[in-house]
Design a protein around this ligand. Structure first.
Ligand code: SAH
Length: 350
């Protein structure tokens, strides 16, 4: 193990802060032994704040219409190979009910930026879910909106909002998105969400096209400074019908290292072992938990639409019913000594 990396890791474990250059050094020089040590430190915090409990979020992918054209994403507007769908309010309610029966106490409504769902529609859906299941947290993940819209959803009862920052480097952001999307607006949205009072999820893709270790180091620094309640990270995975179809996907190793470092940087953070991680390796999510993650986000969408919500190629869990996903995940999580719990799953200390 490189001794300077070990020194930096130990320093991080004490101060929960490094400079961008130091994060970069760690990312560039980590070998297997250092990664295992980082995971060990990460698991100590995971144990301290969450025990061996793993929280679930039931994910309802309610629309794949999107006005945006992000170069990496399979449901980008210009992908005319993508068969579009929208769930009705009653479909969504049914998913939430199914999720509740299966023990989920968080519903995540995720979609493309589809303005066919007006603010009133979104508020109406949020209100109905909260009315049917007062002990369920509702999370929205529907992209960039105005402060007024975010406030309206919050007033209707939405508890949390997921909006990955995608990258903390504005220059890389500009390479991953068309000109009409700005890093500044993304950041403004995240700050607004926090001000309104949501539990906020930020996050980034690991090894997206053109991303350097310095860029990733900037993401770690961003997590250290912004302290999102949740941080969703997963490897970039190419999608065949996007401008990035020929780009290399991110690796398991770098993603696991980032998970461990994020847990050490912000010990209480909610950290999902994502579907993308499960897609690049058959035991990706289990390895994610062992690297410090404490959340899994099984799919609750109706099986007939799942294959249509393809953000990247070979996405897992697109053929099973919700109940099968629960059992599969329960087994996976207990196989590594952890336990899925029926809990609203707030961030420790929130
Ligand atoms: N439209 C919403 C959420 C849908 S996409 C929003 O903008 O927030 C959810 C996340 O999937 C994105 O934030 C992105 O980080 C990730 N994603 C999209 N395409 C991907 C790809 N090709 N590989 C890995 N992750 C991807």
């Amino acid at each position: 193990m490189d001794l300077d990396s070990k020194k930096l890791l130990d320093e991080l474990n004490i101060n929960h802060s490094l400079s961008v250059e130091e994060y970069e050094y760690l990312l560039k020089n980590a070998d297997g032994e250092l990664m295992e040590l980082a995971a060990e430190y990460a698991r100590a915090y995971q144990k301290q704040y969450y025990g061996n409990k793993v929280f679930t979020r039931g994910l309802v992918e309610f629309t794949n219409f999107c006005r945006n054209n992000c170069y990496y994403c399979g449901i980008r507007r210009d992908n005319n190979q993508c068969e579009r769908y929208r769930l009705s309010k009653s479909d969504i309610m049914e998913c939430a009910d199914t999720g509740y029966k299966l023990g989920y106490r968080t519903v995540v409504l995720q979609g493309g930026e589809d303005f066919a769902f007006s603010d009133q529609d979104v508020c109406d859906i949020v209100r109905s879910i909260k009315k049917a299941h007062p002990d369920v947290a509702v999370t929205l993940s529907i992209g960039e909106r105005s402060r007024e819209s975010y406030q309206a959803y919050f007033d209707a009862g939405a508890d949390r909002y997921l909006l990955r920052h995608e990258t903390a480097n504005p220059l890389l952001y500009a390479k991953l998105h068309p000109e009409n999307l700005s890093w500044e607006n993304r950041m403004t949205c995240l700050k607004t969400l926090k001000e309104i009072g949501y539990q906020v999820g930020a996050g980034f893709m690991v090894e997206s096209p053109g991303q350097t270790p310095y860029d990733l180091a900037m993401d770690l620094k961003f997590v250290e400074e912004f302290k999102p309640d949740m941080c969703g990270i997963g490897p970039f995975i190419s999608h065949k019908d996007t401008p990035f179809s020929k780009e290399k996907s991110g690796t398991l190793e770098t993603t696991l290292l980032c998970l461990s470092l994020i847990r050490i940087i912000y010990p209480q953070v909610l950290l999902p072992a994502t579907t993308a991680l499960g897609t690049i390796h058959p035991q990706g999510r289990e390895k994610g938990i062992l690297a410090g993650a404490n959340v899994v986000m099984p799919n609750l969408s109706p099986v007939n639409v799942r294959k249509k919500y393809t953000l990247y190629d070979n996405k897992i869990c697109t053929g099973e019913e919700a109940a099968e996903c629960v059992n599969c995940l329960k087994n996976r999580i207990s196989s590594i000594g952890y336990e899925i719990v029926e809990d609203v799953g707030n961030r420790a200390g929130f």
